[in-house]
Ligand binder design. Structure first.
Ligand code: FE2
Length: 156
């Protein structure tokens, strides 16, 4: 049987918040990175890439909010510092100096990383009967997997 946020055990909450914070950190670093590339991309594909990268950072910005607000539903603290995000995130910042193909490859690797982090979160949520976190993490995997497909298609 599934549990609502208020009924989940404190130790399970701790584990769920850890996973949510990891996903939040990586999503947040990726939001800025996609916007950085939106600004600095160059070349003949400028137009469509400028737009695709915008779709990504807009999606990720919303995703950050949903992840953080699930943490708040457990009555726990939502981490909001970039310094902490950067320290724990497997997705790394970029200086924005790269050609379009390198930007696409970097974002593709990041999207796959975030989906991996989210699928670990799905498993934790599943173990604790937390369907709402599972549903959120699944929806975020769908979004990141879709962007991964779009990015990958450029490299073929
Ligand atoms: Fe813009």
């Amino acid at each position: 049987m599934g549990l609502t946020a208020a009924k989940i055990e404190p130790s399970a909450k701790q584990e769920l918040v850890e996973g949510l914070t990891q996903a939040l950190a990586e999503t947040s670093v990726e939001t800025m990175k996609a916007q950085n590339f939106h600004w600095n991309v160059t070349g003949m594909s400028f137009g469509p890439l400028h737009e695709l990268f915008q779709k990504m950072y807009e999606d990720h910005f919303e995703g950050q909010d949903l992840l953080a607000e699930r943490i708040k539903q457990f009555d726990m603290h939502a981490e909001g510092r970039y310094s902490v995000y950067l320290a724990r995130s497997a997705v790394k910042e970029h200086d924005g100096h790269a050609d379009a193909k390198e930007m696409i490859a970097a974002l593709l690797a990041d999207q796959e990383q975030i989906s991996t982090t989210l699928s670990a979160l799905c498993e934790i949520a599943d173990q604790h009967g937390d369907w709402a976190t599972n549903d959120l993490a699944t929806a975020r995997i769908e979004a990141h997997d879709k962007f991964a497909w779009m990015l990958r298609a450029h490299l073929k």
